[in-house]
Design a protein around this ligand. Sequence first.
Ligand code: ATP
Length: 236
Amino acid sequence: MSLLEIRKLSFAYGDLRVLWDVDLEVRQGEIVTVVGANGAGKSTTLRNVSRLVRPAAGQLLFQGQELTRLESHDVVELGIVQVPEGRHIFPEMTVLENLRMGSYARATRPDRARNIERAFSLFPRLAERQRQLGGTMSGGEQQMLAIARGLMANPKLLLLDEPSLGLSPLFVKNIFDIIAEINRQGTSILLVEQNVFQSLRIAHRAYVLETGRVVLTGTGQELLGNEHVKKAYLGL
Ligand code: ATP
């Protein structure tokens, strides 16, 4: 079943056209990844879905419902949660307070205790550091906290923008394994990444975006074996 359908999405920042007729689908239960070079339009695609910007043309459907007329807070209530690039945790709040902020919406409060438990079991590091101020954690820990906070809102679809950005190689594999585990526990995921190998490794399906156009699509495995992907993105 289709969860998110993007149809012929076009977008421009002023005169700068960034997306051209992008078609993309996330089905229930999938991890879908969008890979591409710097500036290909990956973040802009996510920002359209979470309604941080408005498309020039095209349709965005979530469980059949049109998103283009909605505001970002409406989209969160429907179950779409974006974890932004660059983390944006609250540096002056503790880990626990940051997690609680993720369930400010009334509907998610009854699940707060259970969701904190789940966050701590996915990220044992956060449990150990729950009383520490967010701003004093390492980059990798802040990234974990940002994802854990996103999960507090009970997302049906989690939008992840460059979760591996700035992480040490040791953390990188770890964060992709955790993303796969979050998906196994029932959350569908749309992931945007420059780490092409790791994101294709965990993706059910993937799209390659080049200068704002989808140029290739297939399963994660298919794209890992694709000659163009190997040459252009995997350095093989
Ligand atoms: P990155 O990994 O660098 O974020 P990306 O594939 O996510 O790359 P986008 O961030 O979507 O790419 O950017 C696509 C294009 O839009 C780039 O040319 C970028 O310079 C431009 N752009 C992004 N944000 C803005 C903005 N707020 N105003 C004007 N141009 C922008």
